[in-house]
Design a protein around this ligand. Structure first.
Ligand code: GLY
Length: 399
């Protein structure tokens, strides 16, 4: 999906370590002033891929719908969308080519939670997480048990691997294994790996991948993105927090997780306190990005506790990012291979979107969060470090 320039408001000016806390506070004031200095209810915040669904969710809140149902309306959109390869149907699979999904939700008004991890064959895992919350005495179900529970609750089993995701996975397999793709007996094998004259190691690698991508049938306009996803496996994900007029608040997060992961790997998204945390006394927070890093700092819960003790949404989110950086002694050579975005919504309607880096991906997309408090807009996050994660192409010596 894309934004027009007009829709893409940059009210929260990019922050960085070099700006210091004063600059970040200024950024927060400007972004809050653009909405409402005292915060505004109702308010919904979500990731960029929730943009097309947030209007309906906002109208639901206006009509008196439950806050969790409104948040789930947003994240169910990308779960149903076969063209969103970060979540639900069409999500990028594990290293075996099997899509495994994670999700969780927290219902602020009743202080309940539900979660599922490593679920196969069911696309709306955010709704399965809600079903765990409402129709079981448990909080978290994983793997085959979660799938069987979902089917018992009426969720249909379906093949989640789309043709596009299968082809990108094949590109991963054929360029990361000696035994996938045409073997030595193939009459064309020499042609496929013919070295172009005098190119660097990375260019050569990318040119080889481009040839394989063409053979697999990935269209030319999608090859650069597919190669980037093979070399720098994305973590996708969507989070949404929703606050109504009464001050009730809920949140949910759903994902297909890290592309090409070891089967059984579970990220931060279904971990209550990491991928999402909603406390009716304080607010709601969620995360997209490097799951392993977020689990270690229990990001969403850390943010809520920070706000409980007086930090603003921006300070609370920035502190969680700094904990990730601290775990790596602020070593940017390692931190540039990970990323994290936090979505923070306080119960008075004040909000913040913060990220480790300015943006990501082959096309250097900026990190944004989508806010709706009567006006829908995509807002650039306040980043801790200047620059982009997973820079393209990788610089020599970065491995
Ligand atoms: N944040 C999503 C994941 O790492 O699985």
């Amino acid at each position: 999906m894309s934004f027009s320039r007009r829709e893409f408001l940059t009210t929260a000016v990019v922050g960085s370590l070099s700006l210091g806390l004063r600059g970040q506070e200024t950024n927060e004031q400007s972004s809050r002033t653009a909405a409402n200095p005292a915060g505004k209810r109702p308010t919904i915040i979500t990731a960029h891929n929730g943009y097309n669904y947030i209007d309906e969710a906002f109208n639901m809140l206006r009509g008196g719908a439950d806050t969790l149902d409104a948040a789930l309306r947003v994240v169910r959109g990308p779960e149903d969308d076969p063209h969103d390869d970060s979540v639900g149907l069409g999500g990028l699979p594990n290293e075996d080519g099997v899509v495994e999904l994670d999700a969780c939700c927290m219902h602020g008004p009743t202080r309940r939670a539900g979660s599922v991890g490593g679920v196969r064959n069911i696309k709306n895992v955010s709704l399965v997480a809600k079903a765990v919350m409402e129709h079981s005495g448990h909080v978290m179900l994983v793997g085959e048990g979660a799938e069987r529970f979902a089917v018992a609750q009426g969720f249909p089993r379906e093949d989640l691997l789309t043709e596009h995701s299968r082809k990108v996975w094949l590109l991963y397999k054929e360029t990361h294994s000696d035994w996938w793709g045409p073997g030595l007996a193939d009459p064309n094998w020499k042609k496929r790996f013919e070295a172009p004259p005098r190119v660097g190691e990375w260019q050569l690698r990318m040119q080889r991948m481009d040839v394989v991508a063409a053979e697999i049938g990935i269209p030319p306009e999608m090859r650069r993105d597919a190669i980037h996803k093979v070399l720098f496996p994305p973590t996708g994900t969507i989070h949404c927090s929703a606050l109504n007029e009464k001050g009730e608040i809920s949140g949910c997060t759903t994902t297909s997780g890290l592309a090409w992961k070891v089967p059984g790997r579970v990220g931060d998204s279904p971990i209550i306190g990491a991928g999402c945390y909603s406390d009716p006394d304080v607010g709601s927070a969620g995360a997209t990005g490097s799951g392993e890093e977020n689990i270690k700092v229990v990001g969403a819960h850390t943010i809520i506790e920070n706000m409980r003790h007086g930090m603003s949404p921006l300070e609370a989110g920035t502190d969680a990012l700094k904990r990730i950086a601290h775990a790596y002694d602020n070593d940017l050579d390692r931190l540039r291979f990970m990323d994290m975005t936090y979505y923070v919504l306080r119960k008075d309607g004040a909000w913040a979107g913060v990220s480790l880096w300015e943006g990501y991906g082959a096309d250097r997309k900026p990190h944004t969060i989508v806010v709706h408090d009567g006006i829908k807009r995509a807002v650039k996050t306040v980043n801790l470090f200047p620059g982009f994660s997973q820079d393209w192409p990788p610089t020599p010596g970065s491995y």
